[in-house]
Design a protein. Structure first.
Length: 351
């Protein structure tokens, strides 16, 4: 069985053809990615009855990814999440970024998104992985340094979607990549994820202000709606009378992980209908959990219309706005040093 297939994914606005790459393993699991934005388009997983369920939101063809604003499946960079004040300083020099959120802060590096560009695809030997490459020049999005960003998707025989990021800048710069897939383990068209069960190996989350910019404080989760150290329904406390859930209109915060820079399991989520379980592994220090609180009438694949809280994101990353807080691990990658990190989404059926 050939594990890798390639097909047209439509024509972009500037007349270039985009392609869809599909990997399949011997267990029947399939994942599809497009070279437009290097986005993860679908993740098809066998449920407890052996039926395939596509567990991520997405669009039918490339035009959806060009026009959509939800970052479905996107590798977000050069710096994911928020930078307060849309500026930062490295080596005594200040760099100004686009103020694309509240006309004050920078979100996902500004509107010239990595996921709105056509990447170069490199099909890997063995038909188990595909690598997408994007050249990001000096001052791209306002960040110093030239680099080639490599994002590799691999589907293993253990039903793992492994996402590997690699870049070597020629100047000191910020690099903080993440994957912005929206998951619904009952199937992307199955409605709210509030009955999903979630476990997160984290004792603290980062407090954020009304503009979702971290204050620098880390808050213990004990006794709060942010405590997922035992399996808890996502919807149990999502509308609690608590600062974080009020300001975020649900969950939209960063949890501090305890992996100490080593690739390990940090979270687990269970689909209540499908019995599909997803483990999340990463070597990064933080993870933003976002319950799609602002998703509204987004037209997706198979005629589906996605609404708020019909999916959940697990964005592994450096802590948002870490460049402005010395108590957070720095997102600065030094010149000629490798930015190299891996996140894994591993699927299985609950026994």
């Amino acid at each position: 069985m050939k594990k890798l297939t390639k097909q047209s994914f439509g024509i972009t606005k500037d007349g270039k053809e985009a392609f869809l790459y599909t990997l399949e393993n011997s267990k029947g699991m399939k994942i599809s990615m497009t070279d437009f934005g290097a986005a993860l388009v679908s993740v098809q997983v066998p449920d407890y009855q052996g039926n395939l369920r596509d567990v991520v939101t997405g669009y039918e063809i490339v035009s959806g990814y060009e026009e959509g604003n939800a970052s479905f499946g996107a590798p977000v960079g050069r710096c994911a999440n928020r930078i307060g004040g849309a500026s930062f300083e490295i080596n005594g020099q200040t760099y100004e970024l686009e103020k694309n959120e509240r006309e004050k802060n920078n979100l996902h590096s500004g509107n010239d998104f990595y996921n709105k560009r056509l990447w170069k695809a490199e099909e890997e030997e063995g038909d188990t992985k595909v690598t997408f490459v994007l050249h990001s020049p000096h001052m791209d999005q306002g960040f110093p340094g030239n680099l080639d960003m490599y994002v590799t998707y691999e589907l293993t025989e253990e039903n793992e979607v492994q996402i590997h990021y690699h870049a070597v800048p020629d100047k000191d710069t910020i690099i903080n990549m993440t994957n912005h897939s929206y998951f619904n383990l009952n199937g992307h068209q199955s409605g709210e994820i509030t009955e999903h069960l979630l476990w997160v190996d984290s004792d603290y989350f980062t407090r954020a202000d009304e503009e979702s910019i971290p204050t620098g404080e880390v808050i213990e989760v004990t006794g709060t709606p942010m405590d997922f150290r035992t399996f808890t329904r996502i919807g149990k406390n999502i509308d609690a009378d608590y600062e974080a859930t009020i300001l975020g209109c649900g969950y939209d915060h960063n949890w501090m992980l305890k992996n100490e820079g080593v690739l390990k399991k940090v979270a687990e989520v269970k689909g209540d209908q499908s019995k599909i379980v997803m483990d999340i592994l990463t070597d990064l220090p933080g993870m933003q959990i976002y319950t799609a609180n602002f998703l509204e009438a987004e037209k997706g694949k198979e005629g589906c219309v996605y609404e708020r809280r019909t999916s959940v994101c697990f964005e592994t990353q450096y802590v948002p706005d870490a460049i402005h807080h010395e108590n957070f691990i720095s997102p600065v990658c030094r010149a000629d040093q490798a930015y190299d990190t891996t996140t894994i989404f591993r699927f299985r059926i609950e026994k």
